[in-house]
Ligand binder design. Structure first.
Ligand code: CP
Length: 307
């Protein structure tokens, strides 16, 4: 499947995309499931600049780039001249000078790519920036749900856990709302402030009420590394009040799905019986990550070549 137009060279977030652009990415990703390996990135070079840890995003982006025929440049911020004070912009410009055409970037600073990407001829794909957005994660979440449901209109999706620090929650909200779903954010008030309702989420602090009748729940871990104050009294206290247990999961519709972007902290935000149980699509999400990232790389290459 080849979409007729795509003009963006970068994917920095989903907030600014239209419903039809999101559908275009999902359609292309789905088409890769049955298609032979594509060569949309043959002769191109993708570099990964990750200043924060990653297992799923980095490995599936690398797999996606290779499946599209790209060369992959190994780059580690530790041991690079970033550690000597070189700016991120100079790093991009120098790596572009040696032939990099696409950057996949994870960075701890929210919004760090917004001013830099327009200065570059290369494509920039946000692999998670601070608390801001994680667009390819939300796309693979949507791809997984759409595989099962066909569409999103009238669906109720609960995002449960540490919403405050979650770029995944924001990207999911932006995309799911555009496609017609109801999104409920649930967690204790310090981790799920009421002002998220201004972005279009329904905020519900009572986990049982939130899960009742839901079509899916996307469970988020507590991002302890981003917490500089006592947002929860203890992990045990959090687990007692908000862990997705089998009994809580059963409050959803009988066919409801359980998602988690990973990494999972078993026994804290989710019980192992649920993470590994029949409702769980967690490993399907990971597999779909390769397809979603293939679609994003392919479309951004299209936009880059028009720029
Ligand atoms: N979901 C996600 O971003 O996982 P990683 O941190 O392992 O990439």
């Amino acid at each position: 499947m080849a979409p007729t137009t795509w003009e963006r060279k970068d994917l920095l977030g989903l907030e600014g995309l239209s419903a039809s652009e999101i559908e275009t990415i999902l359609d292309l990703a789905a088409s890769f499931k049955s298609a032979p390996p594509a060569d949309d990135l043959k002769g191109r070079t993708v570099a990964f600049i990750f200043t924060e840890a990653s297992t799923r995003t980095r490995s599936s982006c690398e797999m996606a780039a290779k499946r599209l025929g790209a060369d992959v440049l190994s780059f580690s911020p530790i041991g690079s001249s970033l550690s000597k004070g070189e700016t991120l912009l100079d790093t991009f410009l120098n790596l572009h000078a040696v032939g990099v055409t696409h950057f996949v970037v994870r960075h701890e600073r929210s919004g760090v790519l917004e001013d830099l990407a327009p200065l570059l001829k290369a494509s920039v794909i946000n692999a998670g920036d601070g608390w801001h957005e994680h667009p390819t994660q939300a796309l693979l979440d949507l791809l997984t749900l759409r595989d099962r449901w066909g569409g999103f209109k009238g669906r109720k999706i609960v995002v449960l856990g540490d919403i405050r620090h979650s770029r995944v929650a924001r990207s999911n909200l932006f995309a799911l709302k555009k496609l017609g779903a109801k999104v409920v954010f649930c967690g204790p008030t310090p981790l799920c402030p009421d002002d998220f309702s201004a972005l279009g989420a329904v905020v519900e602090h009572d986990v049982e009420k939130a899960l009742k009748g839901a079509d899916a729940v996307n469970v988020l871990r507590l991002q302890i590394e981003r917490m500089d104050q006592g947002f929860v009294p203890s992990l045990a206290d959090y687990a007692l009040s908000y862990q997705l247990t089998p009994a809580r999961a059963d409050l959803m519709k009988p066919e409801a799905l359980v998602l988690h972007p990973g990494p999972i902290n078993r026994g804290v935000e989710i019980a192992s019986e649920v993470a590994d149980g029949p409702r769980s699509v967690i490993l399907e999400q990971v597999a779909n990550g390769v397809l979603a990232r293939m679609a994003v790389l392919s479309l951004c290459e299209r936009g880059r070549s028009l720029a």
